[in-house]
Design a protein. Structure first.
Length: 332
């Protein structure tokens, strides 16, 4: 089942996406809330009702009216929190190699994550960027999960049961802001808090069973061979797979939930897949070719991401018309 959040006449709704059409769930079963957080809080009972509606529409047993005029939102427009992991060894190793530093051994010891701005989550469409963002503006190709039920102190072996679904994530990054503030060892802040794109829909795990593969040796949890690709202005720049994750979502969730609650509506990203951002691609390019010209996102650029089974997430970069700058206001 593919769950979507969308807006009509200024009102947010919850629906299912079937063969290019959206059907409102609440209108087909009044017990199903019309927003995704309340729906997820309803647990397995509401999920089963939605799946039955989805199946009945596909089988022609239910005469449902499709939505005609709508704006597609992030699948979870207002997540309860948003974390991002660091699961792909290829990306980490390449980025460190490009900086001339050795691979960090702690990567292989435990999964890590950070909290990003859950109020900056958005779906397909325009991404508004300030002048400072354009000083090395970057995309990050990731996969993400949404938590479907409350839990605490969850072992990795059981953690997949807490995943409501999967979706594409584009963790937008302003590299100059990010690198400056990380000199103070507090992690990314303004370099990461302006836009985290998720979508276009939330795909329930049962739809991905055919793509399931074993996790990496020594790891636990579900893994899927879902191809990950990104295009900028029609030119492919990234190519990877969800199966390349060294740390599984189950292992990341175990760490997230240690001594803390995870809640329905929490979003957790995987971190960047290998080749999944210009920062890595530029570093590799310069390492291999002294004449390589760096590439960063510009006003008007179109970023399209595709993951097998999860759809295509498309955004256009839009400059905010202002001269306001933090970089220019630094104390000397």
């Amino acid at each position: 089942m593919k769950l979507v959040s969308y807006k009509t006449e200024g009102q947010e709704h919850l629906g299912v996406f079937i063969n290019g059409h959206i059907f409102n769930l609440h209108s087909l079963n009044k017990a199903i809330p019309d927003n995704i957080i309340a729906f997820l809080q309803g647990g397995d009972e509401l999920m089963d009702r939605a799946k039955q509606i989805d199946a009945d529409i596909k089988d022609g047993k239910l005469d449902a009216k499709e939505e005609i005029f709508f704006e597609l939102l992030a699948p979870v427009p207002n997540p309860t929190s948003c974390r991002d992991g660091y699961a792909f060894r290829q990306h980490v190793a390449a980025a460190r190699r490009n900086r001339g530093v050795p691979m960090i051994p702690e990567f292989d010891q435990y999964p890590i994550f950070y909290f990003t701005n859950h109020n900056a989550v958005q779906g397909p469409g325009e991404i508004e960027c300030m002048p400072d963002h354009f000083v090395k503006l970057d995309f990050e190709l990731e996969v993400a999960v949404v938590i479907g039920k409350k839990g605490r102190n969850i072992k990795a072996a059981e953690a997949d049961e807490y995943i409501a679904g999967y979706m594409i994530m584009n963790d937008m990054s302003a590299r100059t802001l990010q690198m400056e503030e990380m000199l103070l060892n507090l992690g990314p802040a303004k370099g990461k808090d302006f836009s985290t794109v998720i979508g276009p829909w939330l795909v329930t795990p049962d739809e991905l069973e055919q793509f399931k593969v074993p996790a990496k040796e020594g790891h636990v949890g579900n893994s899927y061979d879902l191809k990950m690709k990104c295009w900028v202005n029609g030119q492919q720049v990234s190519d990877g797979s969800v199966a390349d994750m060294d740390w599984t979502f189950a292992e990341i969730i175990e760490r997230c939930a240690y001594g803390a609650d995870i809640l329905p509506g929490d979003v957790i990203g995987s971190g960047t897949v290998g080749t999944g951002c210009f920062l890595e691609l530029n570093g590799t390019g310069k390492l291999n070719d002294g004449n390589y010209k760096e590439q960063w996102l510009q006003d008007g650029d179109v970023v399209e991401m595709e993951i097998t089974g999860l759809g295509v997430l498309s955004n256009t970069i839009k400059a905010v018309e202002t001269e306001f700058s933090l970089l220019k206001n630094k104390k000397v």
